[in-house]
Design a protein around this ligand. Structure first.
Ligand code: G3H
Ligand code: ZN
Length: 309
């Protein structure tokens, strides 16, 4: 049961030129899908809870529940708070046993972001947890330094002043289903990543909003009564390239949810004569597990890369 923080995971990923997949979960069946996929790929994995997912899943006992569920899992895995908005929520997750937290104070100006992030880092490090921060273009549009993408010099200052373990920066992606306009050319800021790697050698960056919305899973979702329209994600080719850079963690929420609920829609439509929940949840688990395995091996290139603990 190697539940770990992200320190060694990211060091190995940086040196090994691959990325660790972080998947957003709401329920135990999704956690099992992700953990089993990682175990079969021999990849590290991060289970990400938003504050809402945590409240829904079981605030207070997530670590205990997952330790039991992961008793046969031998790859390194982490329990992570995604987009924590305050010191208090981060503290509460660390107290509960999360091994990693994200403090997303990017809605504040630079100085306030530094102050809050530093406060979380001090508490987390004293309790063995690691911290991901977020630095948007410059946190606020009314700041004269506002640009479309994050400034590498500001990344350096932010990391040095906060002591944060990894950082999400704005490099060309967005959250959700409709990331780009139809016909829009999708690019990622590889120069920005290279510049951060030059200024802060070995420092891990994080890519948010990384779902690709693959046709296979979207079709299953829509063929069984779904109506997801106007979707456009990040091409997997770009993710394959970025996984080899200083980007050590790639976040997938949308794709994992679409695969799981697509599998559920299919089983609910096709199975007419059964009523045990497992008959419907198993196909959802298997379809979402297939997606995770494809991401880990074909996109993030993390299969067979873990140091077994
Ligand atoms: O924090 C979560 C991820 O950044 C989700 O990204 O919407 O592309 O799946 P996504
Ligand atoms: Zn995100």
């Amino acid at each position: 049961m190697p539940l770990v923080n992200t320190k060694q995971m990211f060091k190995d990923a940086y040196e090994g030129k691959y990325a660790v997949g972080a998947f957003n979960v709401d329920i135990l069946t999704q956690c099992q899908a992700a953990l089993e996929a990682a175990e079969e790929c021999n990849s590290p994995i991060i289970l990400s809870f938003s504050s809402g997912s945590r409240d829904f899943f079981h605030p207070g006992n997530i670590k205990d529940i997952l330790l039991i569920a992961a008793k046969d899992i031998h790859i390194p895995w982490a329990i992570h708070l995604d987009h924590g908005k305050s010191f208090e929520v981060c503290k509460s997750c660390i107290d509960e046993g999360f091994t990693s937290v994200m403090i997303d104070a990017s809605a504040y100006d630079f100085e306030e972001n530094v102050r809050i992030t530093k406060q979380v880092v001090e508490y987390a490090h004293a309790h063995g947890a690691t911290v991901e921060g977020e630095l948007g273009p410059c946190s606020r549009k009314d700041d004269p330094r506002f640009k479309k993408f994050t400034d590498p010099e500001m990344v350096k200052e932010f990391v040095e002043r906060t002591g944060v373990d990894s950082l999400a920066v704005s490099m060309g992606t967005k959250h959700g289903l409709a990331k780009f306009e139809e016909g829009e050319e999708v690019t990622l800021q590889f120069d920005l990543i290279d510049e951060v790697a030059r200024l802060l050698p070995g420092f891990p960056l994080v890519l948010h909003g990384s779902s690709s919305i693959p046709d296979e899973y979207l079709h299953i979702f829509n063929d069984y009564g779904g109506e997801l329209k106007g979707t456009k994600g990040v091409p997997e080719e770009l993710l394959r390239k970025v996984a080899k850079t200083a980007v050590c963690k790639i976040n997938i929420g949308t794709d994992f949810r679409v695969a799981f609920v697509g599998g559920l829609r299919k089983s609910l439509t096709e199975i007419k004569d059964k009523f045990e929940p497992r008959n419907f949840l198993v196909p959802a688990r298997e379809l979402s597990k297939k997606l995770v395995k494809e991401k880990l091996s074909n996109v993030f290139q993390s299969s067979n890369k873990v140091s077994r603990i």
